[in-house]
Design a binder for this molecule. Structure first.
Ligand code: UD1
Ligand code: MG
Length: 457
């Protein structure tokens, strides 16, 4: 006895006024279709089937292998969308659980409840309903005097009396599969040219079969996204849910209205998240860190005891006790070992900075490996982009002192314990225990007199 989850995600989402398919808009840093798929994976007996159509290739890419997909080439309504699932599911499921991909606040509890209702229903349909004066364009429920469901009338087709009904169709259904497939093919096209899935309610009633419902517990669950206003409403609800969740687990969120944490993020206890901070993607933050204010962290791993102030981190890794900012930018592939300091206006890309490296002011380190305890003076640049339009590496040893405003023209190696003079332009490798000065830099062996320099030949 299996239940197959089906997510309708093919519609245009006209009311979003967007070139992006509706289901690829994000709430709390995650796309609508991902919410639906993640939910679908927690209920049902098999991986969800997503009906895609508008912007299919982009949606397919986001879904990846987390769910199966089926195409609805022309979007002719919700009934027509579900018809596309028949080829995959016919004979493979006893029940079909259907909902729209535009409901990021829908809970597993509600889906499980509607399946449970259908299990005890002799008739072929159970659905989720809500009573609300905020009608949001939902289909209105027509009931008999004894409360039994008779039909769903879409807002565009409703008369004045029906429009005043506040008993609403949430758009979540559990169908008996054997009944569903033949009935779907009998749907008649509506005046607006669509096949309405909701017409199945009247069809079942006409056969004397019962349609049952459950009333949704939490009214926020019915926030379906049809417009940008709905998107902001859902964002506010999720933001509060996520931030309060973290506070209850021992994270200080100073200003929960102005802190933006994706549901995928993890944070350790005693960490403080300061206002106007965005933690997105697969970000992991350890305990006893201070992140923010005014920081953006995407897909980064931050170990315990780090501080990130007014900075942007993308796919960066920070070991324990790393200190970034204000105004640091750690780009993809930055790996900062224990105790590193990257200060004002420092930019790091695709580089390893060894333990205790200090890079305090206005520097760019890209495609580099920097040894432990090395000091990078103000205004240092690894000139990694060659005239050949390739990126070249800079390797700097341990305990090196890079003087202010040094340019290191890659590919280049600076040996351990060496120094560069302020303003030097280093174009050739510097051996260990040496000093490089000038433009282009000359190498002076440590301990030799100033007049005894190695000439730059
Ligand atoms: C639908 C219901 C309405 C309900 C509301 C709840 C119908 C006819 N109406 O209206 O009773 O109150 O949801 O939100 O079902 N889709 C497709 N292919 C299509 C058309 C739509 O996959 O051809 C998908 C959309 O991507 C969306 C979902 O189905 O995820 C619902 O479509 P939408 O246009 O939002 O329907 P509503 O007008 O909201
Ligand atoms: Mg809708």
């Amino acid at each position: 006895m299996s239940t197959a989850p089906v997510i309708l995600a093919a519609g245009k989402g006209v009311r979003m006024c967007s070139s992006l398919p509706k289901v690829l808009h994000t709430v709390a840093g995650k796309t609508l279709v991902e919410y639906a798929v993640d939910l679908g994976r927690t209920v049902g007996d098999e991986s969800p089937l997503v009906v895609i159509g508008h912007g299919a290739e982009a949606v397919r890419k986001v879904v990846g292998d987390t769910a199966r997909v089926v195409m609805q080439a022309d979007q002719k309504g919700t009934g027509h969308a579900l018809m596309q699932a028949e080829a995959v599911l016919h004979g493979n499921a006893d029940r079909v659980l259907v909902w729209a991909a535009d409901m990021p606040l829908l809970s597993a509890k509600t889906l499980e409840a509607v399946v449970a209702r259908q299990l005890e229903n002799d008739g072929p349909i159970s659905l989720v309903t809500a009573v609300s004066d905020q009608k949001r364009g939902f289909g209105r429920l027509l009931r008999a005097d004894d409360g039994t469901l008779q039909a769903v009338v879409e807002q565009v087709d409703a008369n004045e009396h029906q429009l005043s009904i506040s008993d609403l169709n949430v758009g979540v259904y559990c169908f008996d599969a054997d009944w569903l497939w033949p009935e779907l093919s009998k749907l008649q096209v509506s005046a607006s040219g669509e096949y309405y899935l909701t017409d199945l309610v009247a069809a079942a009633v006409a056969q004397g079969r019962s349609v049952r419902d459950i009333v949704v517990d939490d009214p926020v669950e019915i926030i379906g996204i049809n417009t940008r206003v709905h998107l902001a409403e859902a964002e506010a609800v999720l933001r509060e849910r996520i931030n309060y969740g973290w506070m209850n687990k021992g994270v200080t969120v100073l200003d929960p209205d102005n802190t933006y944490i994706a549901s995928s993020v993890r944070i350790g206890s005693d960490t403080i998240v300061l206002p106007n901070t965005y933690l997105y993607g697969e970000t992991r933050v350890g305990s006893s860190c201070t992140i923010g204010p005014n920081s953006v962290v995407r897909d980064s791993v931050i170990a315990d005891g780090c501080r990130v102030e007014c900075s942007v981190l993308e796919k960066a890794t920070l070991e324990e006790g790393v200190d970034v900012g204000p105004f640091g930018h750690l780009r993809e592939g930055s790996y900062l070992a224990r105790g590193v300091h990257v200060g004002n206006f420092g930019e790091v890309k695709n580089s390893y900075l060894g333990p205790q490296v200090k890079m305090g002011h206005f520097s760019y380190v890209g495609d580099a490996r920097v040894g432990a305890r090395t000091n990078i003076g103000a205004g240092t640049i690894t000139c990694n982009y060659g005239a050949d339009k390739n990126k070249h590496r800079t390797v700097i040893g341990e305990d090196v002192f890079i003087g202010s405003d040094t340019m290191m023209v890659a590919p280049i190696c600076i040996g351990a314990r060496s120094r560069t003079g302020a303003g030097s332009v280093v174009t050739k490798d510097v051996p260990a225990d040496s000093t490089a000065v000038g433009v282009p830099a000359r190498i002076i062996k440590r301990g030799s007199a100033e007049g005894n320099q190695d000439d730059d030949d």
